[in-house]
Design a binder for this molecule. Structure first.
Ligand code: SF4
Length: 899
């Protein structure tokens, strides 16, 4: 137990599904110190770069703090009355299915619970869906098909105990970093542990891989069917387990034999080397303690549910489920995607793991809620929901804690749909978002640090998010807003909660109501806890059955599946190609995903200077041979076009990318980048079972993009820089960087820069002084504005993308005065000594740059990550950057061999 100052609050990280415990300590100056909670079972004190930087994101700048209607600040009563009236009028005129809620895995379980209760229980429509649809609904559907209930059978410890860990479609190193470090530690302690990474890309997760299978996008079912057939032919199936606990295996084995009859056939279908396929099959066959973990690379597919079942099939066939170090394991993307699943936040679920298709479940929920108007059929899933808004059949929508105009596929169609919608309510803690302009009513929500409730992580562990900051302005909890609207719609008794604890108690009560062991999601043991006990609640895994066994880490170890016959089902599968194929017009496959240091649409992580330094600009990563054929040079701009839209991105060339594929991150919105909205490109094809979009496979074409000029502007103050073809805003410690490119060239650069800078008030502190350098023959221009000797802004322009390093230049903004040497080197665009240019940040925790690490490798003969950690501290805190440092060390070794 570590000693904690009195102001330390135990809470939970609001980012990924690992669900790490956080100790937040408000300092006397109002800043917040963040540490990992050593007692939390998800992270035991560790945090990744995003979690460590949470303290940078809690300020009030950019917060929505008052209700607004039509851009006008209004009181809560006016806003809530308007919402209740408009929703009621719409329902009266057009029926309950003419309204919808679109919610989020960022909501707490208590918020989610009341939103679902209002829509499904009292409005009487199934039209509530969540952005979790976009990341893990295929896993939900796969679990239900296989197990009869949406259950993750194992726990994080299994990933450490496994002798073989198979990571499928999961860049765990960047997307679930703390869990990845736990895996790395397990492998370090037990070097015999093997790791196989199955992913079209060579990602940072391959740092630990004994084998990487860069399969062709969308061929996972062929691979796992092949594994199934191989296991059968090599006596690798557990027939005793199959006979006793599984149905459907004969058909499944036949389908596997049919689709994937041999290793050569699998290798051909998946675009893999036969020897690698054979090696993987042998490893799986020979290693009883195997965990297969997956995330969005499996889920985000038009056959995502089949892919999930293909993985679960082989675990059922080998009896490797729910035992220490064995099992299929879905890694959820969001902090409370699991909580959303528990309360029925998906349009095709009732609450508490109950189903629309089950009359008994309908009766239980209706009776428990005293809701005679309970919806009797599923509502619309996310993509269909917004298409129906566009068709004018949904006329009122309330969007909570998410940004669908950035995150949904065919994002421009979503924008058009919302622009045409009669009534849009947005509740959010952020003021400036791409969604804000579509809202008729905006409601200020609490942010992390102010919220009070619970979240559930990927291993079924319920943790508290506790407030440690005062409520700002008129912001309110999401649950409160929903309840107030519910009361105003005439359901006062059903939405009369004193606090989040009261909602949680009801949620727990419903999970146990007439359950009698039918549903594993049972947290009835928590249904009667008082508010103090709720406040003190320690992280706890469900099931938590009243008077029963608590906190069960593993389920199904000896069967007990939730289909009526008590058996699991294997699903006979045939591989299906992605919905949209590449062709001559659109010859590349666009794959989208996350980067290490940003979260979703960057509304929070984008506030942290240290996180922005890792990858400051949206990029498109492409294989060197494709780049050559397309005439693409590193760091130039590329135009990407699909049948749905266009985007621009910075070119990154890497052999980690498969030929014919291009990867783009999903984080940038119009708030921080011009024309880099990747979801404008993404096709809206979905998995017909889960409704999850195929965000990993959109045919696109690529073209070099040649603006008239490239440049960047760095300013001590935020600026309005409009009218560019390329504009990316990167927030720094004491400055903002604007990466720019344009097709029209201003007549006078200095006047152009001065007008932009003046509009932001820069220079008002004193008489500005200008430094200037121009080389018109090269179209090269540089200027800097100083105020009382201190750098206020600088502009660098070139006809091509070759421009000075920004990292070094931004350091000049920390100087109180620029001396003559600094002024000269500023205009020269390079530091006076090479050591001053650290290069782009690799280690976000200690701000250690690429060049610094490269110099340590070259000049100080560092050959291990431990040595780099000792000399520079890089990689010695959260460890998120270790894969990149290892890659640099490997590259240096290769260079040495080559020379
Ligand atoms: Fe947060 Fe990182 Fe832990 Fe995920 S791994 S919960 S982002 S600290």
């Amino acid at each position: 137990m570590i000693a904690m100052p009195s102001l330390t609050t135990k809470t939970t990280c609001p980012y990924c599904g690992v669900g790490c415990g956080v100790l937040a300590t408000v300092q006397p100056d109002g800043s917040v110190q963040i540490q990992g909670d050593p007692e939390h079972p998800a992270n035991y004190g560790r945090l990744c770069s995003k979690g460590s930087a949470l303290g940078d994101t809690v300020g009030l700048e950019g917060r929505l703090l008052h209700p607004e209607m039509g851009g006008r600040q209004v009181g809560w009563d006016e806003a809530l009355d308007t919402i209740a009236t408009r929703f009621q009028q719409t329902i009266v005129e057009h029926g309950p299915d003419s309204v919808a809620f679109y919610v989020s895995g960022q909501l707490l379980t208590e918020d989610y619970y009341v939103a679902n209760k209002l829509m499904k229980g009292f409005i009487g429509s199934g039209n509530i869906d969540t952005n979790s649809r976009l990341c893990m609904s295929s896993s939900v559907a796969g679990h239900k098909r296989a197990f009869g209930e949406d259950i993750v059978p194992g726990c994080y410890e299994d990933l450490e105990l496994a002798d073989l860990l198979v990571l499928v479609g999961s860049n765990t190193a960047w997307c679930h970093p703390v869990l990845y470090r736990r895996i790395a530690k397990a492998k370090e302690d037990r070097p015999g542990m093997k790791i196989v990474v199955i992913d079209p890309r060579r990602t940072a997760a391959c740092e630990l891989a004994d084998l990487h299978l860069p399969l062709k996008p969308g061929t996972d079912v062929a691979l796992f069917n092949g594994l199934m057939h191989y296991l059968r032919r090599h006596d690798g199936l557990d027939f005793a387990f199959l006979e006793q606990h599984v149905s459907g295996f004969a058909e499944t084995l036949a389908a596997a034999a049919n689709s994937s009859p041999s290793i050569p056939a699998v290798a051909l279908a998946c675009g893999l080397e036969e020897k690698d396929v054979a090696k993987f099959f042998q490893m799986f066959h020979g290693t009883p303690k195997t965990v297969t973990a997956w995330s969005q690379g499996v889920n985000q597919s038009s056959s995502g549910t089949d892919k999930v079942n293909a993985i679960i099939n082989v675990h059922l066939a080998t009896g490797r489920v729910g035992k220490p170090g064995m099992g299929p394991f879905s890694l959820t993307g969001q902090p409370n995607a699991m909580g959303g699943r528990e309360v029925g936040g998906l349009a095709n679920q009732l609450a508490a793991h109950m189903d629309f298709g089950n009359a008994g479940h309908q009766k239980i929920v209706s009776e428990f809620w005293n809701a005679p108007n309970l919806a009797t059929r599923p509502g619309l899933k996310a993509v269909d929901l917004f298409q129906t808004i566009g068709e004018g059949r949904i006329k009122a929508v309330w969007i909570m804690a998410t940004n669908p105009v950035v995150s949904l596929p065919d994002a421009n169609a979503v924008r058009r749909a919302l622009a045409s919608c009669e009534f849009v309510v947005v509740s959010d803690c952020e003021d400036a978002t791409d969604l804000a302009s579509y809202a008729h009513v905006r409601l200020p929500a609490l942010a992390w640090g102010e919220k009070d409730g619970t979240v559930t992580n990927s291993e079924r562990c319920i943790s508290r998010q506790r407030p440690f900051l005062p409520v700002p302005g008129e912001a309110k909890p999401d649950w409160w807003m929903v309840c107030e609207v519910g009361k105003r719609m005439g359901y006062a008794d059903a939405f009369d909660y004193k606090n989040a604890a009261a909602i949680f108690r009801e949620h727990a009560g419903l999970s146990a109501y007439h359950n009698e062991g039918q549903r594993l999601f049972d947290i009835g043991a928590l249904a009667e806890m008082d508010t103090d006990t709720y406040d003190e609640l320690n992280p706890t895994q469900w099931p938590l059955v009243k008077d029963g066994k608590h906190g069960t880490s593993r389920l199904f170890s000896d069967g007990g599946f939730r289909h009526h016959d008590g058996k699991a089902r294997m699903i006979a599968l045939s591989p299906k190609p992605p919905k949209e194929s590449v062709d001559e017009d659109y010859p590349f496959v666009l794959n989208t995903g996350r980067i290490r240091d940003q979260w979703h649409t960057m509304t929070r992580t984008g506030r942290s200077p240290r996180l922005n330094r890792h990858i400051p600009e949206p990029y498109a990563e492409i294989h060197p041979d494709d780049a050559k054929r397309q005439g693409l040079e590193p760091n130039t701009l590329v135009s990407l076009e699909s049948r749905w839209g266009k985007a621009l991105a910075r070119v990154k060339i890497s052999a980690d990318q498969q030929l014919g594929s291009v990867f783009m991150p999903m984080h940038w919105s119009s708030q921080n980048a011009q024309q880099a909205l990747v979801n404008a490109l993404v096709n809206p094809a979905v998995d017909t079972i889960s409704g999850e979009p195929e965000s990993k496979h959109t045919p696109v074409r690529l073209q070099t993009y040649h603006p008239a000029w490239h440049g960047f502007l760095i300013s001590r103050h935020p600026l309005e820089v409009e009218g560019m073809e390329w504009r990316v805003v990167v927030r720094g410690e004491n400055h903002w960087v604007y990466e720019l490119a344009g097709v029209t060239t201003p007549d006078n650069w200095r006047e152009w820069a001065a007008s932009i800078i003046a509009s932001a008030g820069v220079g008002r502190e004193g008489e500005p002084e200008w430094l200037e350098y121009a080389d018109s023959s090269q179209n090269r221009y540089r200027c800097a504005q100083l105020v009382e000797g201190r750098l206020a802004a600088c502009l660098f322009v070139n006809r091509n993308h070759e421009l000075p390093a920004r990292d070094w230049l931004t350091q000049l903004f920390a100087e109180p005065r620029l001396d003559a040497k600094a002024r000269m080197s500023l205009l020269a665009g390079r530091p006076s000594t090479a050591g001053d240019d650290q290069g782009r940040t690799v280690c976000a925790c200690f701000g250690v740059g690429y060049n610094t690490i490269a110099r340590a490798i070259r000049q100080q003969a560092c050959t291990t990550t431990a040595q780099i950690g000792d000399r520079l501290k890089a990689g010695s805190n959260c460890g998120s950057c270790i894969p990149e440092i290892k890659a640099m060390l490997n590259e240096a070794k290769l260079e040495e061999i080559r020379s």
